[in-house]
Ligand binder design. Structure first.
Ligand code: DOR
Ligand code: ZN
Length: 352
C-alpha cells in the first residue's frame, strides 16, 4: 500500500547548532519542505541578524540535491523591542516569535517573566501580522506538572487573546483535552500544533518497566483520555490543528542522567509516526490536510508544490544515531515501524 501526499511541513522543530546540525537536519529535510525552527539556542536567537546567520548554518547542513527551507523564529524576552519586531517582519525570513515562560523548559532561562512586559511588542506583532508561538505552561511550582497547560490557558492565554484579537497565536504542542477545547472554541486567529509523540504515547510510557528518560518531554505526556482528545482533534479535519513534531535532539548523556533533560527525538521518522497514529485512528485520509495543508494556510504561505510517498513497509528504527561526539536515542529505538517514506535518489554528491 502507498500513500502520496503534498509534501508536508514541520511547524515546530529543534535542530540545535554547530555539529549537531549535520546530524539532525538531513532527517527533517528528507521529508519536509519547510520547518519552523525553534530559537532556544544558547544564547537564544533574539535578533533578526542572529536568525539569518542561523538560517545559513542550517542550510549548510541540508544534503546536496534536497530543497528545504528553514522558517526562522525569534525568541521573545523581556527586552525585545517593537523595532526588533519590525526588523524581523521586514526581513521576510523570520516567520514568527516564540514565547517561552522563563524556566518552563529546556533553554528557557532567558524567557518572559511577565507577559505584560511584552504588550508593546505583541501590539507590533499584531500590526505586522507576525504570529506568536506559545509554550503554554505556567512555571508556578505550586501548580501540578500535569496541570500546567490548562492553568496557563486560563491565566494567560485567554486574557492575551482578548487583548490582542488580531494577533495570530499558535498553542504549540497542545497536550490536553482542555487545550483542544480552548483552541477549537477560540477565534480563527488561534491554532495549535500537535506532536507525533503526544498522539502515540500516554504518560505510562515514561514508567514502562522503570524510568524511561527518552519518553520525557515538556509538556510532559498526559493520561490516555488526553491522548484520545489530541487524536480526535488531529484527525477531525479542523484546520486549526496541524503538524509540529517538536523533535528535540539531546545526547544520550543528557537524557540518561540524574537530571535528564526534556525532549523526544522524532525527526528520523516523523511522517511515519504520524501516519501510524492516523492509521490507528482509521483516519489516514485526513493526514494530508493535517501534515501538508492546514499549516501553510494558517501561516499564509503557499502549500508545497511537490509530493511525498509513504509505503507500508516494516523497518527497524536504529538503536541510535551519532550526535556531537555522542549518540542520540530516537523514539522507538530498535523497534519496528510499519510505514516508511520512499526516498527519491539524491543528486550525486559533487566530486572535486
Ligand atoms: O521536550 C521539550 N524539549 N520541550 C521543549 O519545550 C523544549 C525542547 C528542547 O528544546 O529540548
Ligand atoms: Zn519545542
Amino acid at each position: 500500500m502507498e500513500l502520496t501526499l503534498t509534501r508536508p511541513d514541520d511547524w515546530h522543530l529543534h535542530v540545535r547548532d554547530a555539529d549537531a546540525l549535520a546530524a539532525v537536519v538531513p532527517h527533517t529535510a528528507q521529508q519536509f519542505g519547510r520547518a519552523i525552527i525553534m530559537p532556544n539556542l544558547q544564547p537564544p536567537v533574539t535578533t533578526t541578524k542572529q536568525a539569518l546567520a542561523y538560517r545559513e548554518r542550517i542550510l549548510a547542513a541540508v544534503p546536496e540535491g534536497i530543497r528545504f527551507t528553514p522558517l526562522m523564529t525569534l525568541y521573545l524576552t523581556n527586552q525585545t523591542t517593537a523595532d526588533d519586531i519590525i526588523e524581523a517582519s521586514t526581513s521576510k525570513r523570520v516567520q514568527a516569535v516564540k514565547l517561552y515562560p522563563a524556566g518552563a523548559t529546556t533553554h528557557s532561562a532567558a524567557g518572559v517573566t511577565d507577559i505584560s512586559k511584552t504588550y508593546a511588542v505583541l501590539e507590533t506583532m499584531e500590526a505586522q501580522g507576525l504570529p506568536l508561538l506559545v509554550h503554554a505552561e505556567v512555571t508556578d511550582p505550586q501548580v501540578d506538572v500535569f496541570d500546567r497547560e490548562q492553568v496557563f490557558i486560563s491565566r494567560h492565554l485567554e486574557p492575551l487573546i482578548a487583548r490582542f484579537p488580531k494577533l495570530r497565536v499558535v498553542l504549540e504542542h497542545v497536550t490536553t483535552r482542555e487545550g483542544v477545547q480552548f483552541v477549537s472554541g477560540a477565534p480563527a486567529t488561534v491554532a495549535a500544533t500537535i506532536t507525533a509523540h503526544h498522539l502515540l504515547l500516554n504518560r505510562n510510557a515514561m514508567f514502562r518497566g522503570g524510568l524511561q528518560p527518552h519518553a520525557y518531554c515538556l509538556p510532559v505526556l498526559k493520561r490516555e483520555s488526553h491522548r484520545e482528545a489530541l487524536l480526535t482533534a488531529a484527525t477531525s479535519g479542523n484546520s486549526k490543528f496541524f503538524l509540529g513534531s517538536d523533535s528535540a535532539p539531546h545526547t544520550r548523556e543528557r537524557k540518561e542522567s540524574t537530571c535528564g533533560c526534556a525532549g523526544i527525538y522524532t525527526a528520523h521518522a516523523a511522517l511515519e509516526l504520524y501516519a501510524q497514529a492516523f492509521e490507528d485512528a482509521g483516519a489516514l485520509d485526513r493526514l494530508e490536510d493535517f501534515a501538508s495543508h492546514f499549516g501553510p494556510d494558517f501561516y499564509g504561505l503557499p502549500r508545497n508544490a511537490d509530493s511525498i510517498t509513504l509505503e507500508k513497509q516494516d523497518w527497524q528504527v536504529p538503536d541510535s544515531y551519532p550526535l556531537s561526539g555522542s549518540s542520540l536515542v530516537p523514539l522507538f529505538a530498535g523497534e519496528t515501524l510499519h510505514w516508511r517514506v520512499k526516498q527519491k535518489p539524491l543528486a550525486r554528491p559533487q566530486t572535486l
